[in-house]
Design a binder for this molecule. Structure first.
Ligand SMILES: Nc1nc2c(ncn2[C@@H]2O[C@H](COP(=O)(O)OP(=O)(O)OP(=O)(O)O)[C@@H](O)[C@H]2O)c(=O)[nH]1
Ligand SMILES: [Mg+2]
Length: 709
């Protein structure tokens, strides 16, 4: 493989709803460019792109795959992404380094849900986008419907460049209204014959041609003048105009392809080479301060790590894009996340599973590296002394959680290591080792995402695991103030133990009453690790308890707060004042005061009308208007409270607060009641009292868990 100049590189990401034909199209492109000799298929599990076992099993993509091909001297780095929304983490990394997006639309269904969601990402990332309508050979193909839907959803910028001569089984030719040519394909696909547009299609082709030329002219004043004067634009003027309006996301050309029959990819690759931006022309990346960083091919080397896909026998395989200079094996670069120097060892170009070693990667190009010490996704590596850090990829926050249970004891360390590795590879998942809940909890993007994680744990890491319902981090607090007292006295043989403590325990509020009989000598405001506060006050007068025992008293209280008196849940939001007690000159010590305080607190807490609190999340549901009613009534059955609504075209946004307990299978349920068209995000909001009838039930459940462990 040659080393390419930035001008000859095109970084292209394939996007679209699952099943639209991205992997098939990628395979066809690899075949057409001679990169592979035999064209594999998704159904036969033989594509270059879906090479992971789980992808073969599911017959769909789960991971983003990096391919590279040469089309007439242009190097196309093609990234095939999964179209299932659960695997969005794989897509956002790819979007970060792509300079052009190719949306694949299934001609049977038009614009589908995930395609719309991905479109929003390309808007946000400002990625020039083309659309390819695929599967025109299907008996259910409806090209015009796909075009109409695209115009409706993505705006007037959508323009037809190609359309099928006929649809269904008979499909064999594409009419190109930019070149004003018909491409007719041999039965086995491949290189088409270029023919004049048949009379029966002339009027339609002329109409679309004029629409296209007008759209290009409209977006550029100089071209508009030429067009108005001459009534036409030359091929090079069209190219120039298309290039500009593509980059500015003013135009979104539509092509037609039949990936399965290998018809039409050549023209699309040609268009990418001629019109799509090279990395130097593309919208530049930003650094962590949101400043744009233009690419300097003659400058110092700079590379950004955007994906980690550990491969067997090599360990972490880190994919990178070069944003300045060029990088070579043996170079020492500075990792600006850690400050450490990192030596580059072997560098590769990849075509799915196949890796080819390369001795240089230039500005704008994408490669993969192994054995990079302490380096991971989102790190920027630069020449020594250069401090640039590119903006990290923002992975979506998880919407679903599960607890992992090992079926065999003794595998805990192996599980910990496996999850650590999986997390290095997938930043859209989060792992929480919850001491509080005594569970390892995995947070992910959906049921299928969690299923892939389970598959990896079982098959790649050989761990016998099951996924179980995660516990809820309830909290305990009190609703009234009490004074409590405990005397700890023990006589065992020689030395005894003695301590006596009086506490005032109050619910913590914004404005608290003062007590005329208490003299506050010292206040500690403690932010609890598990949220909420403890205000701890020393109100001892006359030295009835020595100052040196006060920390032991606090320790005793804190110990019980971590393991609440009512249901072993964490306790929060209290004000506790030590106001009296007694000590003994010989028998009092820290241990005695700690025990006395713990017991006093435990007893007082239970007398102070304790209550259980549950975590409440704020959710934001995005849903097409027609499902709005269903989603709202579902939220109310989940004890949810609607906070607000907002409309964005035909899409509604619902904000609500829902207890975590009610969100356990929400992601899956929401999809099922909206035919996959709704999505949601969530974030912790606050703790609220558990309904009375649930409280005792939860206490019984957690107590039972305590016994079984
Ligand atoms: N009739 C017809 N079927 C096609 C065409 N292209 C792809 N398919 C079929 O559509 C199905 C899905 O194709 P894929 O290439 O796996 O789709 P994808 O977009 O990669 O799907 P995800 O990986 O799930 O995102 C497969 O069964 C393909 O054989 C086409 O041009 N015509
Ligand atoms: Mg695929």
């Amino acid at each position: 493989m040659n080393v390419y100049q930035p001008e000859r590189i095109r970084n292209v990401v394939l996007l679209g709803h699952s099943g639209s034909g991205k992997t098939t199209l990628a395979e066809t492109m690899l075949f057409e460019t001679g990169t592979i000799r035999r064209r594999g298929s998704v159904l036969k599990k033989t594509t270059t792109s879906d090479y992971h076992e789980i992808e073969k099993e599911k017959q769909k993509s789960v991971f983003s795959t990096f391919l590279n091909l040469d089309w007439r001297g242009d190097k196309i780095n093609l990234i095939d992404t999964p179209g299932t929304s659960d695997y969005i983490g794989e897509v956002v990394g790819a979007l970060r380094v792509a300079d052009t997006a190719l949306f694949i639309i299934n001609a049977e269904n038009g614009i589908e849900v995930q395609t719309e969601a991905l479109w929003k990402y390309t808007e946000e990332y400002r990625i020039p986008s083309l659309l390819i309508v695929n599967k025109p050979d299907s008996n259910h193909s409806n090209f015009q419907k796909a075009v109409d839907m695209a115009k409706e959803r993505f705006g007037r910028g959508v323009v037809v460049v190609q359309y099928p001569y006929s649809e269904g089984e008979d499909f064999h030719a594409i009419i190109d209204v930019l070149k004003m040519t018909m491409y007719e394909f041999p039965e086995e696909g491949g290189k088409p014959d270029k023919l004049p547009i048949p009379d029966s299609h002339k009027a339609q082709a002329e109409l679309l041609h004029n629409e296209l030329v007008e759209s290009v002219a409209e977006n550029d004043e100089t071209l508009l003048d030429v067009y108005l004067e001459q009534g036409e634009l030359t091929e090079s003027q069209m190219r120039e105009g298309l290039q500009l309006s593509l980059l500015k996301r003013e135009l979104f050309p539509i092509f037609c392809n039949c990936a399965a029959r290998n018809m039409g990819t050549g023209r699309v690759m040609g268009f990418i080479g001629n019109v799509a931006p090279n990395p130097l022309e593309a919208n530049p990346p930003k650094d962590v301060n949101s400043e744009e960083k233009s690419l300097n091919e003659d400058g110092d080397p700079m590379m950004f790590m955007f994906k980690n896909s550990a491969e067997s026998h090599v360990g972490d395989l880190l994919y990178f894009k070069v944003y300045g200079g060029s990088v070579q094996p043996g170079m020492d670069l500075q990792n600006n996340s850690t400050g450490n120097l990192v030596r580059l060892s072997s560098l590769y170009l990849t075509n799915g599973e196949k890796r080819e070693e390369i001795n240089q990667v230039k500005t704008g190009d994408i490669g993969a590296a192994v054995k990079l010490k302490d380096t991971g996704v989102n790190d920027t590596l630069t020449a020594k002394g250069t401090q640039v850090k590119l903006e990290p990829i923002h992975f979506p926050t998880p919407v679903i959680r599960t607890a992992v249970r090992l079926k065999k004891e003794g595998d805990e360390d192996r599980l910990g290591n496996a999850l650590h590795q999986l997390q290095r590879e997938d930043l859209s998942m989060q792992v929480e080792h919850s001491q509080e809940l005594r569970q390892v909890i995995i947070h992910g993007q959906g049921k299928e995402h969690l299923a892939v994680i389970k598959y990896e744990l079982q098959n790649r890491f050989d761990l016998d695991v099951e996924f179980v319902t995660p516990r809820i981090p309830y909290r305990e607090t009190i609703t009234k103030a009490v004074r409590t007292h405990y005397k700890h006295k023990k006589q065992s043989g020689g030395a005894g133990q003695f301590a006596e403590v009086n506490l005032l325990i109050e619910p913590l509020r914004d404005s608290m009453p003062e007590h005329s009989d208490l003299k506050v000598r010292d206040v500690q405001e403690i932010d609890l690790d598990w949220g909420g506060k403890l205000v701890f006050r020393n109100c001892i007068v006359g030295g009835v308890i020595d100052n040196r025992f006060i920390p032991a008293i606090l320790k005793g209280i804190m110990e019980k707060m971590e393991n609440g008196p009512m249901s072993s849940c964490r306790v929060r939001d209290l004000r506790i004042s030590v106001f009296d007690g007694a000590m003994h000159s010989v028998d009092s010590n820290d241990a005695a005061f700690k025990s006395a305080a713990l017991m006093a607190f435990k007893k007082g807490f239970m007398d102070a009308a304790p209550k259980l609190m549950e975590p409440v999340y704020e959710i934001l549901v995005t849903v097409p208007a027609q499902y709005m009613g269903d989603v709202m009534s579902d939220i109310s059955t989940r004890r949810g409270q609607i906070q607000g609504m907002d409309a964005e075209g035909s899409i509604q946004k619902i904000k609500a607060q829902v207890p975590l307990e009610e969100l356990d299978h929400y992601a899956t349920h929401l999809k099922s009641i909206t035919k996959g068209s709704a999505s949601y995000s969530r974030e912790f909001s606050h703790y609220a009292a558990v309904p009375r009838d649930r409280q005792q039930q939860i206490i019984n459940e957690t107590m039972a868990l305590d016994e079984t462990g």
